[in-house]
Design a protein around this ligand. Structure first.
Ligand code: NDP
Length: 286
């Protein structure tokens, strides 16, 4: 019987969840973390604590990295120059596509292979059936380690370019942060008017169910069709002015709707007043 084994480096909330998922599935798990105490709970459950990064790398062919960013990745990899060759590094650390590509080259120069991953779920989602991770990098390495990677999440393989997974992840984060802050701004406006977040929740859920709009607009964006047959920037700007004034009247910071209004006004100034809000993609690309 093959012993299933893996190393996990980085025991923040995400790395903890990953190491725990491997233990749950009967893997031999070696862990290392800059602050060693964070491994205590996992060690109590049977994980092996590596005393050095080098020992953590030497313990297994597959090394999962779950760190804050690639600055942390290099801070760790540079501690194990002699132990990288021959390893596959599943780098599930978020950062920019360029940094992911650089790290893949950096590792290749030292005889290691990087699989880049962008995890699409929070730590409690690790090991659950619908969880997915964007992966890119050498398909052969992903296939070799498919079983171990699938302990964590499903695999959404995007291609050989090691930057692709990071790119998809960042596009998703762009939508996530800006969309979610829109939700928070609306809830601040509700609260400032004595309406609780929970009271407004059913309305928020309906308003933020963008699926219809996303599916309607995506083919038009691809086709460069910004026809203003269902909406236009002039109408949108008038609506945003009402939002801004309502926020200001309630003493709520208006910088978010003001920034969106500014974008709409730039679109109008560029001649898109009667075009759909999808014409903003042209303004955004400059
Ligand atoms: P954390 O920022 O909490 O992880 C921190 C880990 O990085 C810790 O192990 C920390 O060590 C280590 N670290 C940071 N800087 C250094 C350094 N200079 N040298 C050595 N180690 C360092 O992140 P999470 O655990 O929440 O997430 C890990 C990755 O997963 C991130 O890239 C994140 O973007 C991504 N992700 C996270 C999600 C989430 O909801 N948490 C969701 C999807 C992706 P120490 O314990 O010593 O501080």
């Amino acid at each position: 019987m093959t012993v299933k084994s893996v190393t996990v480096i980085g025991l923040g909330p995400m790395g903890q969840a990953m190491a725990a998922a491997y233990l749950d599935r009967g893997y031999e798990v070696t862990v290392w973390n800059r602050t060693p105490g964070k491994a205590d709970g996992l060690v109590a459950r049977g994980a092996h604590r590596a005393d050095t990064v080098e020992a953590a790398f030497k313990a297994n062919d597959l090394v999962v990295l779950s760190l804050t960013d690639y600055t942390a990745v290099y801070a760790i990899l540079e501690q194990a120059p002699g132990a990288l060759a021959g390893r596959t590094v599943a780098n599930l650390t978020s950062d920019t596509p360029d940094r992911a590509r650089e790290a893949a080259e950096w590792l290749a120069a030292r005889g290691a292979v990087q699989i880049t991953g962008g995890v699409q779920v929070p730590p409690p989602g690790i090991g659950t059936p619908d969880a997915m991770t964007y992966y890119s990098g050498p398909e052969k390495a992903i296939e070799t380690h498919r079983t171990a990677l699938e302990v964590l999440t499903g695999i959404d393989y995007l291609g050989e370019d090691p930057g692709l997974a990071a790119l998809y992840y960042q596009i998703g984060m762009d939508m996530f942060w800006t969309g979610l802050v829109g939700f928070l701004h609306g809830q601040a406006l509700a609260q400032a008017n004595g309406i609780s977040a929970r009271e407004f929740l059913p309305n928020a859920v309906k308003t933020m169910d963008f699926r219809y709009f996303l599916e309607f607009y995506a083919p038009r964006i691809d086709a460069g069709n910004h026809e203003g047959d269902v909406d236009n920037l002039t109408m949108g700007a008038a609506s945003l002015e009402h939002v801004l004034h309502t926020a200001q009247a309630a003493g709520v910071d208006g910088s978010l709707p003001a920034a969106v209004l500014d974008l709409f006004r730039r679109g109008i100034a560029a001649g898109h007043g009667q075009d759909s809000l999808t014409s903003l993609t042209k303004v955004l690309k400059g």
